[in-house]
Design a protein around this ligand. Sequence first.
Ligand code: AMP
Length: 225
Amino acid sequence: MNIILLGPPGAGKGTQAKMLQDMFNLAKLSTGDMLRAEVSEGTPLGKKVQDIMTRGELVPDDIIIAMIRERIKEDDCKNGFILDGFPRTVAQAEALDKMLAAEKASLDYVVELKVDDAALVKRITGRFSCGKCGAGYHETFSPPKQAGICDACGSSEFVRRKDDSEETVVNRLKAYHAQTAPLLPYYTQKGILLSVDGMLDISMVSKQLEAIIGKKQPAAASARK
Ligand code: AMP
């Protein structure tokens, strides 16, 4: 089963992708995480993309497409994957279609998480994560149970993404509306776009996704045999 989660930065794609990964035993592929790993390891690719990411602009399509092309060949993708943050342009979506066709695979679901821009700025600028285990938090919506201590691993080291500053968020939203939103009509035309209300609580959004994916999973799986 192959799924795309679409939506603006801060819509909750990463959180929901994690839930789907655990529930349906799928690989979670986040191009943002892959790029951040390159930056923190100081690789040539990381050096090339770090300023672009700090500005909140999109990394060139050829870099991203090459990265995903390699990643989906890995063993953990055999049972399917959830794409979080890819595709982000029509060129990336077209490249993905070709990659899947070459493997005789297809997309089972493209789900849009719908959230208002005003809510996104608040969500993004308040978020932080544990520097040790990566557990995610938000100053207002989901702070650690005990202030300053990670619920999951007890660490007191927290980090914020460099591009979660208010000024960069504005650019990231602009990039979303200009370059990524055209994917909505792209997948609508293919008849595979579904939308869920991303303004609801995390658990309510998960329930909507579970209802869509859990219900249709057997049909989609048998159709591919
Ligand atoms: P994300 O973690 O998905 O919010 O991505 C963080 C940043 O990585 C974005 O603002 C872009 O600079 C870059 N990035 C991630 N995925 C892509 C993509 N599919 N295409 C272009 N740039 C991307």
